[in-house]
Design a protein around this ligand. Structure first.
Ligand code: ADP
Length: 439
């Protein structure tokens, strides 16, 4: 993180410094070039108007002004040059500044030397006698300016890099410090001071942390509850079998004890099945839904539960119409089984249970299970969907309840994107309605 910020900062600063250097040199060089040419022009004008252009005076007046002065006759031959021997010079008729002077009265040119790092600035005017006066000056090229600025540039870069290192250290420290603090104080995040931009992130982490803690606690409670629930039937099985093993049971007792073992073993199996089912539902990701006829599934469930209902002296009625919905068949069977089984078990002698499947105005499919049973007191209604929550423990256990049926129902409802309504009055009965989304 620190290295990355460091690298990026350095890159930005280096880029910035380099671009500034190039632009400054270019702008400055342009101004400089214009200035040199303007000076050269002014000097040439003064020279041409001064009357000093006689060969004798040339040497005295212009000897070491830093200018090279050349007089060129109308044929392009060099008549005079204060720096170079005229014999060695070729014809100047093709020089752009000379041609300019002949055609427009004045001409200028800049000749770039690739090796010396200097440019020659030339300015020429046509004199009254037909000669051309050319004044030249050597001056810095853009490269020499660039190289002159180089040491300053290197110094600036070194200073900028040092500043970047310090800045990135400070920046990473102030960026990372609150995160490190959060890591140390996951349980009391409220107290950790953070900066504005980090707040949404902290909120998300906080929510996730709370959810994880909650789920860990729930899991812990669930494990404790499962162990506790397993203990009772196991103790009974162990007790009965020990009595038989020690020969303390006569013929009649053995049958009775075996029935006890059988009943408790069955209870264990149901409990284990429900526990496994719940954890499957907990873990299962998206299940592929198919189009189901809820009325047909309800009819099958009613058939299956008929004997159970008769044993409790309860009558089952199926009402409604054929309704299609999207769902998982096994889950729908479990949902119907759990709801109808409860409506039978928590019913009175000669009680009734109505199962109704209907289509609502909005296209939703409604499954209603209504009983004339004992009802659920108001204060328990919120909690009966929790795992192992029972209103009447002994009745639940004596009728083979595990305390997990409605927790499984709730899971299935959520998985199907459905909503559940509970309506119950003690002594009168309970109605549970589940609305499945329209297809
Ligand atoms: P159990 O296996 O104990 O029936 P459930 O999760 O199915 O567990 O139900 C939780 C509790 O809700 C039950 O113990 C019971 O007290 C209450 N309950 C559920 N359905 C009904 C009903 N139709 N009528 C009255 N009470 C009910």
């Amino acid at each position: 993180m620190k290295k990355k910020i460091n690298r990026q900062l350095c890159a930005v600063v280096l880029g910035g410094v380099f671009i500034t250097l190039v632009l400054t040199v270019l702008v400055f060089y342009n101004l400089f070039q214009e200035q040199v040419m303007a000076d050269l022009k002014a000097y040439t004008q003064i020279l041409s108007e001064s009357g000093l252009l006689t060969e004798e005076k040339f040497e005295d007046v212009l000897a070491d002004e830093g200018f090279r002065i050349t007089l060129i006759d109308p044929d392009g031959n060099v008549r005079y040059d204060n720096r170079v021997d005229t014999q060695t010079l070729d014809n100047h008729a093709a020089r752009p500044e000379v041609m300019g002077a002949w055609t427009c009265g004045e001409g200028e040119s800049i000749r770039r030397s690739s090796t010396v790092g200097q440019n020659t600035f030339n300015y020429a005017i046509l004199l009254q006698n037909g000669d051309v006066l050319r004044v030249s000056q050597l001056s810095h090229s853009v490269w020499s300016l660039f190289f002159t600025a180089m040491p300053y540039f290197i110094l600036l870069v070194a200073a900028a890099v040092a500043l970047c290192v310090l800045l990135s250290r400070y920046l990473t420290r102030s960026l990372v410090a609150p995160i490190e603090e959060l890591g140390k104080h996951m349980d009391d995040m409220e107290d950790v001071e953070t900066y504005e931009e980090l707040k949404p992130f902290v909120q998300t982490i906080r929510n996730q942390h709370e959810a994880i803690m909650e789920s860990a606690q729930m899991r812990q409670e669930f494990t404790a509850n499962v162990s506790h629930e397993l203990k009772t039937p196991l103790t009974a099985i162990s007790g009965y079998s020990e009595l038989i093993e020690n020969g303390m049971a006569d013929e009649q007792d053995i049958t009775r004890f075996a029935a006890g073992i059988h009943k408790n073993a069955k209870r264990l199996l149901t409990l284990i099945n429900d526990t496994i089912r719940l954890s499957e539902l907990d873990a299962a990701s998206e299940v592929p839904f198919e189009t189901l006829n809820l009325y047909d599934i309800a009819a099958t469930s009613v058939d299956m539960l008929q004997i159970n209902a008769e044993n409790h002296d309860v009558s089952l009625y199926l009402e409604g119409e054929s309704c299609e919905m999207k769902g998982d068949r096994q889950m729908m069977e479990e949902l119907l089984y759990n709801l109808c089984d409860n409506a039978i078990r928590y019913n009175n002698k000669d009680g009734k249970v109505w199962i109704r499947v209907s289509r609502e105005a909005a296209g939703e499919v409604c499954l209603q299970v209504k009983d004339t049973g004992i009802g659920i007191p108001k204060e328990h209604q919120e909690r009966i969907f929790e795992r192992f929550y029972r209103v009447d423990k002994s009745r639940s256990k004596s009728t083979g309840g595990t305390g997990l049926g409605l927790a499984i129902v709730k899971h299935i409802v959520v998985k199907h994107g459905a909503r559940l309504e509970l309506d119950s009055t003690v002594g009168k009965g309970t109605t549970i309605r589940i609305f499945f989304p329209a297809i």
